[in-house]
Design a protein around this ligand. Structure first.
Ligand SMILES: C[S@@+](CC[C@H](N)C(=O)[O-])C[C@H]1O[C@@H](n2cnc3c(N)ncnc32)[C@H](O)[C@@H]1O
Length: 440
């Protein structure tokens, strides 16, 4: 399947020096909190101005923009704001809910009616008996917080509203838990390396929930206003798939694919999201145990390859791409486990890139935003290696690999430089183009 070709950007679109192009992408950390972007916390979110830049440059109004690893939906919101059709996929069910809810402009009047009802129901005596199937529930939630979450949950189920409004109510529920200040007994929950931090008093779930509803109203109003200004009040927003490795979409249906794929072995979204997902099994269509298992199938996870490494105790097979194989070899000399993790990451990303190349139309672009990684203090040039894979496996032409500096406050991961090696300070935008159909 793999062929090896040296990585050389195929064309350079302008004669501008690289530093100018870099400056064009240096958006700083401010001014990202417009529309519905801040609705729900999410680790490793893409900066909206960068998404806006790529969509404006590589697609036209009315065209389909697809993000096959859509996360919290930044691409969908930006695509809608630019008058594009906004399609997304994600393996994580909570991501799909958040992404769809963020990009769907629920009418403010419908939101007001639902929130007034929720407030009224909450002041009654909603059922507080339901509990999630979460191991050591009492450790992670104070009994009072768990009872209140059960009340809010039962209120959301009883509000008389349409599905879009109810989805948004569930996102407000989840935002109580997956948050910088979570109502659970955890700190740093947004980043997946969270810590136990017990509340010494009742966190006050009902009042926090009502605060969320008011905050959502402000964000929704801003989003709708911007959509009106863009003449796109009823955007085409769709969640079209779950797994980016198998997109149930016809060939050539997207005009632009834009995505920021997961990093290798960096974030385990399921560890963080579990605290909310366990409270919503019916809404998300899976139990806490099923969600835990699903986590082994995410691209970039360091959980899945452990079995492969432990049972075989052998080095991963070559992918026949020297640039990637040499990284895997170097890691294998230290430890087989990280070698398998990196091997699996590139093997799975090859499938994602093949799907991107298939669903984007001939002549259309695929844009990836990605950082290099440090694994066991070994620098892994992930952007360059993904560009290489996209070219040799998926047949995409590499147009640009643009570098931008991450703003101090925008760096995404809590980091221990001594343990993991130097921190990521650069992010890369890899611009790929599907060749035009050969002329007959
Ligand atoms: C870095 S995040 C994307 C963040 C997004 N750009 C945003 O602004 O919120 C990467 C996403 O890839 C998803 N992912 C991992 N494996 C996947 C797969 N096989 N198919 C689809 N999505 C996957 C994760 O669930 C996560 O939401």
């Amino acid at each position: 399947m793999f062929t090896d070709e040296p990585f050389v950007p195929a064309t350079v679109e302008t004669e501008k020096p690289a530093s100018q192009r870099t400056a064009e992408l240096d958006f700083g950390a401010a001014g990202h909190l417009y529309a519905t972007h801040p609705l729900h916390a999410f680790a490793a979110r893409c900066p909206p101005p960068l998404v806006d830049w790529a969509i404006s440059r590589y697609s036209a109004p009315g065209e389909v923009v697809l993000d096959p690893m859509v996360g919290s939906g930044t691409t969908l919101v930006e695509a809608a704001l630019l008058g594009r059709r906004a399609w997304g996929a994600d393996i994580d069910p909570l991501s799909r809910l958040i992404a769809k809810a963020k990009a769907t402009p629920v009418p403010v009047a419908a939101w007001d009616t639902a929130t007034a009802q929720a407030k009224r129901l909450l002041s009654g005596t909603p059922d507080d008996g339901w509990r999630p199937d979460l191991p050591r529930l009492d450790r992670w939630f104070l009994p009072a917080a768990a009872a209140d979450l059960a009340r809010v949950r039962s209120v959301i189920q009883r509000v008389d509203c349409d599905q879009d409004v109810r989805d948004l109510l569930w996102v407000a529920f989840s935002a109580l838990i997956v948050a910088r200040t979570s109502v659970a007994n955890v700190r740093d929950l947004v980043h997946s390396r969270h810590h136990y931090r017990p509340w010494d008093r009742d966190p006050g779930v009902p009042s926090r929930f009502l605060q969320q509803l008011r905050r959502f109203r402000r964000l929704l109003t801003d989003y709708r206003g911007r959509l009106e200004a863009a003449g796109n009040v009823t955007p085409d927003v769709r969640i079209v798939a779950q797994d980016a490795r198998h997109l149930p979409l016809p060939d050539g249906c997207a005009d632009l694919v834009f995505t920021s794929p997961p990093y290798c072995s960096a974030l385990d979204y399921t560890r963080a999201h579990m605290f909310a997902v366990a409270w919503m099994p019916k809404v998300l269509g899976l139990s806490a145990a099923e969600y835990r298992d699903l986590g082994r199938r995410y691209v970039g996870t360091d959980r899945a390859p452990l079995g492969e490494a432990a049972t075989r105790l052998t080095r991963p097979p070559a992918l026949d791409l020297p640039a990637i194989d040499s990284v895997v070899e170097s890691l294998a000399e230290q430890d087989l486990r990280p070698a398998w993790i990196v091997h699996r990451y590139f093997r799975e990303m090859a499938k994602v890139l093949e799907e991107c190349a298939r669903v984007v139309r001939p002549g259309g672009h695929t844009v990836l935003v990605i950082c290099p990684s440090n694994i066991r203090k070994l620098a892994v040039p992930t952007p360059r290696l993904l560009a290489h894979l996209a070219n040799s496996v998926a047949g995409l032409k590499v147009e640009h690999v643009l570098e931008r500096t991450l703003h101090e406050r925008r760096r995404v991961m809590p980091y221990l430089e001594a343990a993991f090696g130097p921190r990521m300070r650069q992010e890369y935008v890899v611009v790929l183009r599907r060749p035009d159909r050969p002329r007959r």
